[in-house]
Design a protein around this ligand. Sequence first.
Ligand SMILES: Nc1ncnc2c1ncn2[C@@H]1O[C@H](COP(=O)(O)OP(=O)(O)OP(=O)(O)O)[C@@H](O)[C@H]1O
Ligand SMILES: [Mg+2]
Length: 392
Amino acid sequence: MEQVPVISFRGVTKQYEDGVPVLNDVSFDIERGKFYTLLGPSGCGKTTILRLIAGFMEPTSGEIRMDGKLINDLPANKRQVNTVFQDYALFPHLNVFDNVAFGLRIRKLKKDEIERKVEEALRFVNLEGYGKREIREMSGGQRQRVAIARAIVNEPKLLLLDEPLSALDLKLRTEMQYELRELQRRLGITFIFVTHDQEEALAMSDEIFVLNKGIIEQSGTPTDIYDEPINRFVADFIGESNIVPGRMLDDYRVEFAGKEFECVDRGLRRGEPVEIVIRPEDLEMTAAGAGKLAATVDTQLFRGVHYEIICMDDSGNEWMVHSTRKAVVGEAIGLDFDPEAIHVMRFGESEEDFDRRLEGYEEAENAEEAALRRELGEGPPIVETGRPGGNS
Ligand SMILES: Nc1ncnc2c1ncn2[C@@H]1O[C@H](COP(=O)(O)OP(=O)(O)OP(=O)(O)O)[C@@H](O)[C@H]1O
Ligand SMILES: [Mg+2]
């Protein structure tokens, strides 16, 4: 039996007073017990989504459901949701212990139970023994950890974390990434984590929503998103990418850099202009004359584990190659890659836009064909089978 999602958004739009919508027709499902990440650049609407889930404001239109029940106007305190805010929002006049204990006291738990839970939460965030400290005596990173402790101590159904690790130094940040992930597994509660750091998103998530200007560009597992970015925005935002223009010749045939290549993509229109993504680690540097493309080495940087080599092919496309072998600047080389390394992307489109556009092609083609037939005085159009471009 299908599980009812903990949270579902259907066609949710949010517009702040007479501004442009900051969320535009957003739909998604959050399943129980998973670690989700909202990933996107500053201002794309990440915090807005969290505020809507937490109940700090209502959507302009659309439906928000929790466990199947419509909650558009359910007040925040009636939702079993806790939030770690981007600016921590701690109580400055309370000490660390009292900040963490706040929610438990509201729930009127017994004194010794409160003490036990608060100590446990502080231990989790590496702040054992800091209970008596005032908030103003804590560093930025320590305040952030108090905020995390204050949220997890309530064992909510859903924990929202708005860039909770951004103020921490690299070492502590990595440690906290492991620990948060571990805590999520242990508690089995659903986490919705916000970050604009793609490596953090890839390392921590079961599922990532990539946001841009108030829409979800792509959602999927870290490997889905890394290996099959749907468009230039996602490919650019997630990891290093080579992106060059190309053209789909047929199913499994694509043209770029003035040559034809076998690929694994299908279902695009014949002749459709596309963008080609090949990750630097999927390009192999070969001797000149070997490989699939001829190129000349432009620059080379040593990056510790690998060399980062920038080269130029004969059509003027730039390629970044990650190689454990050294290159020589100015040297002619070959570039080799597998058909699976070629990712064909639709031009700057979301998945929904792409589907709509394919439907548009189909209608236009049918109309054209009907007009042609009328002109020739022939009968009704032949019924199309299969996807447009797939076998025409
Ligand atoms: N209270 C508000 N009134 C008007 N506009 C707002 C308000 N809050 C946010 N916005 C606008 O909505 C857009 C999305 O804001 P939001 O805070 O959701 O972005 P974000 O993805 O969390 O960004 P960041 O990574 O910088 O935190 C921004 O353009 C922002 O200026
Ligand atoms: Mg934000």
